[in-house]
Design a protein around this ligand. Sequence first.
Ligand code: IMP
Ligand code: MG
Length: 183
Amino acid sequence: MSGPGAPGPPYLAAHEISEIVDRLGREISADHASGLVLVGLLKGSVCLVADLARRIGVGCGVDFLALAPYGSGGQRISIAKDLDVDVLGRDVVLAVDIVDRGLTVSYVRRLLGERGARSVEVCTLLDRASRRLLPVDLRYVGHTIGEEYVVGYGLDADERYRNLPGLHVLEDGQRQGHPSREI
Ligand code: IMP
Ligand code: MG
């Protein structure tokens, strides 16, 4: 799938992602017989949420949250787009593209807990555990990844490549000038 515009060798093909999301959907459904709210973190989770929601066989609300980007060394995170639903007393599954340092997921999980969610579990397509700064309990993990920076299936480099159907490794040369660890 390395056609024009594809930035490097395939990492996971679309059909492999599909199998992963099938499994995640089964796991989430099995654990949430009484339903859940699927909260996607924009923008990286947009493909995951669209596919995952259709694989969840129990009652499932869908909502999105967007955080404002933070720069290197910046510790402040703010909400750019808040949820529409009230998570009070609800079982929430937070869907994210990748957990890297763990800062983003830790922040959102605490926020949802403070709003009275009954439970907050994390579902991540990719887990880069080697770069973790904050420990995060990840209930649903699609695939464990190393140091490769990947794009496609919602993940971007400077807002590019989110629309690629599969995941591709971004070569170092293509990352120059790119704040590679922004949200
Ligand atoms: P962290 O866990 O707080 O470091 O932030 C994770 C966020 O960084 C993800 O939601 C992505 O937006 C971004 N990110 C980290 N690694 C990658 C990557 O390999 N490709 C694209 N985005 C990434
Ligand atoms: Mg990004």
